[in-house]
Design a binder for this molecule. Structure first.
Ligand code: HEC
Length: 153
């Protein structure tokens, strides 16, 4: 019992330590984080888009795995936009100011993206190319729409 409590204290201290570290995140960390999250999303979306276009062979297992991962990843980039552009002036961010001026619209785009990847994960379980292709298209539209409005080329 005593050991358990002591363990709990250690865990609590570790958490406090972690939130301390959070407060120290620099502007460039926010930019790196959100770009990294998008790179990871693109890594998983790429093969699905390739299958949909017929550029690579349909692989039902890979499609299912990547779609499931995308459903998880879709919630991740957004905390990197919290608290402002975090533009360190080094030209690294391609995020437009419009994000913070029209946050509702941006968040709406993020929600729509999440809905479409959730659906993609469901569709991928069927193991058929036809419906997968269609849903990959729907997801791709949400990427494009948000980039058109909120991302510099
Ligand atoms: C709701 C908005 C939104 C959605 C949805 C979205 N993106 Fe983005 N994406 C952005 C913004 C904003 C940036 C620019 C981030 C920055 O440079 O700070 C970005 C950047 C990127 C980058 C460049 C990352 C880098 O290293 O600079 C890639 C790749 C990318 N997105 C891929 C995707 C793909 C693929 C999808 C869909 C499967 C997608 N995005 C969906 C808003 C979005």
């Amino acid at each position: 019992m005593r050991k358990l409590i002591a363990g709990g204290l250690v865990a609590a201290t570790a958490l406090v330590g972690a939130s301390g570290a959070l407060a120290q995140q620099k502007d460039e960390d926010f930019v790196k984080y959100r770009q990294g999250a998008f790179q990871t999303i693109a890594w998983h979306f790429g093969p699905l888009a390739g299958m949909a276009k017929g550029d690579i062979d349909f692989d039902a297992e890979l499609a299912q795995r990547n779609a499931e991962r995308l459903a998880q990843l879709a919630s991740m980039p957004w905390e990197g936009f919290e608290g402002g552009p975090h533009d360190a002036g080094d030209g690294h961010t391609h995020a437009k100011e419009a994000i913070w001026e029209e946050m509702d619209k941006f968040e709406g785009g993020a929600e729509k993206f999440q809905q479409e990847v959730d659906k993609l994960a469901e569709v991928a379980q069927q193991g058929e190319l036809g419906p997968l292709r269609q849903q990959v298209g729907a997801v791709g539209d949400t990427c494009k729409k948000c980039h058109d409005n909120f991302k510099e080329d």
